[in-house]
Design a protein around this ligand. Sequence first.
Ligand SMILES: Cc1cc2nc3c(=O)[nH]c(=O)nc-3n(C[C@H](O)[C@H](O)[C@H](O)COP(=O)(O)O)c2cc1C
Length: 153
Amino acid sequence: MKHLLIIYHSQTGKTAQMAEAVRAGAEHEDIEGVEVRLGRALESGVEDLLWADALLLGTPENFGYMSGGLKDFLDRTFYPCEGKLEGMAFAMFIGAGNDGTGAISSIRRIANGYTFREVQEPVIARGELTGGHLEACRTLGMSMAAGLELGMF
Ligand SMILES: Cc1cc2nc3c(=O)[nH]c(=O)nc-3n(C[C@H](O)[C@H](O)[C@H](O)COP(=O)(O)O)c2cc1C
């Protein structure tokens, strides 16, 4: 079994709904060789990250950056995981008001430090959450899980 970890922070629920859609996609019935774990950033830590073979990070954009909740998760896990996750595949989903690019670039900068490898385009949901956003999240989860199962990353 390969392990796919989904970590997210959400203050008003939008990114949480996106995370559930990502999980639903990752748990697609045709994908049998991947175990999925979903965790809130503030309740997750080193053990979760060391369990993972691939990672999906979700956050609202706050003040042109990732949320404090997701930053806290990355801050807490960096030293204990340093050198143990080199090249791990990751991708992002972002709940934003009207932008989202600051959250993406801030995660990319830190992912460079971990030497994570971005393997999918981020999903950004701007404004009201739509069915199209949720579908894009399901597709993101499904393609990460399928790629992991096939040994693509
Ligand atoms: C403190 C704060 C700062 C925000 N800053 C930004 C921002 O810089 N860019 C943006 O597009 N949206 C910004 N927003 C809007 C949130 O990103 C947006 O409402 C998001 O969908 C909330 O996700 P959540 O429901 O998962 O908490 C901000 C919201 C808050 C509360």
